[in-house]
Design a protein around this ligand. Sequence first.
Ligand SMILES: Cc1ncc(COP(=O)(O)O)c(C=O)c1O
Length: 354
Amino acid sequence: MTLPIRPAVLASPDYPFVPVNAPVKLDQNESFADFPEALKDLALQRMRALPWHRYTDLNAEALSEAIAAHDGWSASGTVVTTGSNVLIALLIQLGALGGRVVTVAPNFALYALDAKLLGAALTEVPLNADASLDMDALIAALGPGTGDGPHGVIYLPRPHAPTGSLCELDELERLAAASPGWLLVVDEAYHHFTPTDARELARRHPHVVLLRTFSKAWGLAGLRLGYALASNGVARQLRKLVPPFGVSVLQTVCALVALEQPGYVQARVAATLSERERLFSALQRHPSWRPLPSHANFLLVRTPDAAAAHAQLLAHGVLVRRQDSLPGLQGCLRVTVGTVAENNAFLRAAGLAG
Ligand SMILES: Cc1ncc(COP(=O)(O)O)c(C=O)c1O
């Protein structure tokens, strides 16, 4: 019997991730260190004192306020969900059902996957050979008649994943000016690892939405929390699509504790940046592997044979992520910047002094 399920879902592949155990885990762009022990204790203590039999805030109001204060945004423009990957699908529902998703390729897999699952037309604009963005091609892909919308959603990670490249803010400004009638979503999952962000742009353009996450620099990937910074008008409509009471009291407490004492994040970001540069320099000395300059907490490395390089690293207990199935990324692996010891293990496994 054929399952009574939409053909687009039946035709979609599973999310491209296979869990593998390895002593040195550099495959998911997580923080190299856990949430600080003292903050875990404080969060657990607060959780114990809270009622667990009651629903929490309808729209994570308390958490939205704390995030907004931390990020210099309005609470009414802040929409919190259980991971920013939830927002990727919701924003397509908000602006692109029956319309288009326009993005670049290669890219973070979920934009295209969700577009296909939700039946939105998908346009993927190839990056340049050096992983930079062809902004003229992206703007041309929006097509004529970009007046009042809705036409669809544009997805752009900044810094870009998985290449680590960074689109200049004036280029982004050009895209924002050229995209009325579209939601322009700038995914800032890795914004901590680069000095600039797109808040100023989003303040000036109400159709620009920023996505942020607690999964990377905050060291809370297991907590599952992400959020959108949007204009009040967009946030108000987006909230209608977010499941009510969706963010649990446990998630709320942990994130509030992190936001009260965010000092640990800066120190870790600084360590990540210096280790990223050390890994980059070391990899430049590899006889056949070539790293791309990165503005995030990972490096994309082109090798002559991704399968062989991945297996070589894994044989030494080091797990990285293959990216060679993505367009233009033949031979590429993505390695997360880890601790000094983990990075040394990676370099040794790659045949370099670490
Ligand atoms: C560019 C990008 N956006 C979003 C996400 C998802 O983040 P979250 O853990 O908040 O769902 C990731 C995770 O790797 C990512 O790389």
